[in-house]
Design a protein around this ligand. Sequence first.
Ligand code: NAD
Ligand code: ZN
Length: 367
Amino acid sequence: DRKIVRVDLDTRSYDILIGNDLLGHAGGEILARLNCKKVAIVTDRNVGALYLDALVESLQTDGIETYTITLDPGEKTKSFDNLIAVVDGVLEARVERSDAVIALGGGVIGDLAGFAAGIVRRGVHFIQIPTSLLAQVDSSVGGKTGINAPHGKNLVGVFHQPDLVLADTSVLDTLSDREFAAGYAEVVKYGLIDQPDFFHWLEKNRTEIFSGRTARAEAIAKSCEAKAAVVAADERETGRRALLNLGHTFGHALEKATEYDSARLVHGEGVAIGMVLAHEFSARMNLASPDDAKRVAHHLKEAGLPTTMGDIDGTLPPPNILMDAIGQDKKVKGGKLTFILTRGIGEAFIADDVPPSEVLAFLTEKH
Ligand code: NAD
Ligand code: ZN
């Protein structure tokens, strides 16, 4: 029972395969699409310890030469230093333009390895083997790659689309409950953007998605379809792709304010709180009903996610520090802030004229 989602871009398209035991068939799936003799696999220590051997074996069985670069796990890995390390490793492996870089891991590894693949020799092939739920439903699809800078998250990077995405759902069994929930926040996001029916389906099927495989694979495929559609319509984020940032302006500010310390907050958790804040702020601006914000918060909370700033461990920096982070996020135009706001569940829209004073007042109330 394998699902295929095709991402159709102006210039080319690629497949996302979703199913179990894709890791064991990676070699064949790659050779069916690329004529590559060598791959540089980028992974982190956690994922490498669990799945690297199986991947290497599958590739070598199919005659593909492998080279591995293993990094520390965690958001801090998305740094300039590690970009240099990966670029050096890929060059050291003598990966040619017809060869490929493989990201085996979560979004951190995908973003970093994809960036390296996009700049080494002005771009080599890139294959995503996402192992976290977040990476399977979001970061591995769409071609955004990059690292964090001292000024903020994801501020340096390139668009570099993968040639293939292999989402092996069986690897999710070793993901921690916390990371699974964090990825689930991005699944919920697709419902909240423009698919109220999907959100209702998630409300009904949450326990099944967390425990079972059928609903889980369905939720992943549905999320990939949603992302693929948005990316196909707006590959470079000149318009509607920005909707995917629902919850992310607040979320990124919270991540920065907690110093990307995953013990305190991981990306998907920041997005969960951020989505609730976006719904509450929309209600405050008289755009949506406060009941919608409550319903969103209820669902995310049931899924084990934090939903308020008070849920974060330790003292949170004051609202003006969060405002600074929001101002440094890339969604600012001429003094006004761009936020994804909503008129209700599944009715998100891009608001590019949000007054910073309203946001500050809102954050001060919420703090
Ligand atoms: P992550 O890569 O840090 O993975 C989370 C943790 O789970 C890590 O400790 C990792 O080692 C571990 N892990 C991953 N797969 C595992 C498995 N199968 N079994 C056991 N442990 C496993 O974080 P993430 O949540 O996957 O990704 C977050 C990153 O993705 C952020 O940096 C975010 O900015 C980025 N992102 C990018 C895009 C994009 O479009 N490029 C979209 C969304 C998020
Ligand atoms: Zn995200």
